[in-house]
Design a protein around this ligand. Sequence first.
Ligand code: PLP
Length: 366
Amino acid sequence: MIETLPDALGHFGVYGGMFVPETLMTALHELAAEYERAKNDAQFQNQLARLLRDFAGRPTPLYFAERLTKKLGGAKIYLKREDLLHTGAHKINNALGQILLAQRMGKNRIIAETGAGQHGVATATVAARFGCECVVYMGAVDMERQALNVLGSHPYPMMVRDFQRVIGEETRKQIFDREQRLPDLLVACVGGGSNAIGLFHPFLSDASVRMVGVEAGGEGIRSGKHAARFQGGRLGVLQGTKTFLLANEDGQIELTHSVSAGLDYAAVGPEHSYLREIGRVEYDFATDDEALAGFKLLSETEGIIPALETAHAVAHIAKVAPKMSVDKIIVMNCSGRGDKDVATAAKHLLSSSRAQSRDPAAKPLR
Ligand SMILES: Cc1ncc(COP(=O)(O)O)c(C=O)c1O
């Protein structure tokens, strides 16, 4: 049973585990044990459900993207609107779960590490809500300071997945209400993998539901400037977990690149490595240019500005939806809103349209 993983030490097949210095082991075991108790504690779950509803804004809508569907001319496209949550992305689901756990364990100093900033904002927000001190590390210097960060070790991948599962649970119910059936395809972008695993997990035993995770293809796989761990990545250990990652032949972690900071990460959550290995979930990638075109496409057709991370999933849909028949259903996780990315996207889109206007042979972006 895929759903019962990980095992007690955090393994998803050969992936996952606890690769941390022995000084951190006790703390992690303490956390895993307390999490197990919290998971089965109705009071904890009720408090979390109340906060997700009243503070974060759950349930998020499942929105039929009518104009996007028409424009692409194939499968019916639904968007799970995590972008409408407080702080603008799915990150708040996990941040709320973890702050409640910290409270329960009497921990009042919260630290977080963030790539795109969304997780940092969500963590600082819930810390303020509970009156805790909070430090958020971001950027290259902080990567060094956080070299022993335990964000990838057991029990974190399991906890993050459990706190994000609400995305898929709601989607299941909502699509049944709307269409009286399961979707044919689920699509989500994959950085560390939390929004994707949250959407996919409740559908894992539904064999008819295909799932695709979309990684950052950056400037193309051959350029080496990307963050697509499943395209040329290898098995290794980073930040406490065994998983697919981008490293050179000597095992040194490669520099990654993506137009979206949130997908620009050298490793992927261990459960994704496992789901790929057993063939349950497929992984593809979208390049920077494709993601920027996806950003524009969703903004123009639906008036929804996606985060650049999310735009990678849009780019995938733009490729596959036209090839699917009109009776098929796609659900894409709209993991975050794009306000934070408008300046970056404008810079790239403007410079590419200038280049095109100088080159009379060039085709429009999309
Ligand atoms: C809006 C948004 N989507 C997706 C991601 C990628 O993270 P994950 O793969 O863990 O969902 C991020 C990360 O910062 C994000 O901000």
